[in-house]
Design a protein around this ligand. Structure first.
Ligand SMILES: [Zn+2]
Length: 371
């Protein structure tokens, strides 16, 4: 098993391009196109599902059982819910995020026929000179927000005349900044930072001489933020699946801000005993800074796969993300640690050879440490 060096410049470059490409759940075609082009650059074969989730193939020595690494391309966003009498728009969130973090956001409205409008999401009481201290007492809630369109409109009729419809998708500006201290601050690092570390790992493997023991699929889903996730991109041969998503750097959490975090449990229950411990073992053997954590309000692609009836071993590997679903920040060393671990995981032996079959006798039940 080889430790391969990770091309950090590439990882930052592709992350920046992904962050610049709006992809709220439901409007993911552009980002899917971008990721497909990256895969083509590395000569990686892939297929798309009807709606555009990507299943890429890194070929291994054995074609069964397979493993999969999965990340999501969709992000949070918003949608036009209705018109206000003053011509501004009522909005609802796409995905789960607090109105508190929408206040002041710059955004783009995608109207029919390719028309685009820019605007700002503001609290209803936005003017300090009019509302004074009332601004501080208005609760943060989506019903207390409105979208101010950067166009001349003062009524519902004028806004309708712009061609803006109920149900138009709104993307939120990421406000990305790469600092020379290694931090990246941006919205939507969940999960574009994770996908960047997957692509950096794929680049390292395809540009090296290493051979993988079994097929490894890279799956890129498009509706994680709304809970549908991976269910449709798996096929029967996948026996183990590792989700890549954010770990939360927050009080009471043990997520490593500068290393990789192995999630032991999320809202959907414990992750696979053997797969989880084998990943921890790889971190220990190869000196990768790591931590374990348990998440309370968290549901990853893995849960969707299991709920869809797939009998597979799942794990969740996280990069450390501060202020997730808000003003997010990640450190590059965490993404590099994650990439290094993925490169090792791809080269590792299948957890259990018996996992090639969906059903087997009692003798096959794993008892000790993974082989
Ligand atoms: Zn996520």
């Amino acid at each position: 098993m080889k430790n391969l060096s990770i091309d950090s410049n590439y990882m930052c470059d592709v992350m920046e391009r992904m962050l610049e490409t709006p992809s709220p759940s439901g409007m993911t075609d552009m980002i899917v196109g971008l990721v497909c082009e990256e895969l083509e650059k590395f000569g990686i074969n892939f297929e798309l599902t009807r709606r555009g989730a990507i299943r890429a193939d890194l070929e291994g020595g054995l074609h069964s059982p397979d493993r999969a690494i999965i990340g999501h391309l969709d992000t949070l966003g918003a949608m036009v819910k209705g018109y206000r009498a003053n011509g501004r728009l009522e909005v609802v969130p796409i995905g789960t995020w607090s109105a508190r973090f929408a206040e002041g956001a710059r955004c783009t409205i995608y109207a029919d026929g390719g028309a685009r409008y820019r605007g700002s999401i503001l609290p209803l009481k936005a003017s300090g000179h009019t509302f004074n201290e009332e601004i501080d007492t208005q609760p943060a809630s989506w019903s207390n927000l409105e979208l101010r369109i950067d166009a001349r409109t003062g009524s519902e009729a004028e806004t309708r005349a712009l061609g803006i419809h109920v149900g138009d998708t709104i993307s939120i500006d990421p406000e990305t900044e790469f600092s020379d201290t290694g931090f990246v601050t941006s919205r939507h690092l969940d999960d574009k930072a994770g996908v960047a570390s997957m692509l950096a790992a794929a680049k390292a493997v395809t540009q090296s001489e290493v051979t993988l023991p079994i097929d490894c699929h890279l799956l890129f889903t498009i509706s994680e933020e709304v809970g549908v996730g991976s269910s449709h991109v798996l096929h029967g041969d996948v026996a183990e699946m590792v989700s890549i998503d954010n770990g939360t750097v927050a009080p009471g959490q043990y997520t490593s801000e500068y290393g990789v975090t192995v999630a032991m449990q999320d809202s959907s229950g414990p992750f696979d005993w053997h797969l989880t411990r084998s990943l921890l073992g790889l971190c220990e053997q190869h000196d990768i800074e790591h931590a374990r954590d348990v998440f309370r309000y968290y549901r990853s692609d893995a849960a969707a796969a299991l709920e869809a009836g797939n009998d597979i071993r799942t794990a969740l590997l996280c990069f450390g993300l501060d202020a997730s679903h808000g003003y997010e920040r990640v450190h590059l060393s965490s993404l590099e640690a994650l990439s290094r671990l993925l490169v090792l995981y791809m080269q590792s032996k299948p957890l259990f050879r018996r996992d090639r079959e969906a059903l087997g006798p009692l003798d096959d039940l794993p008892t000790g440490e993974p082989n």
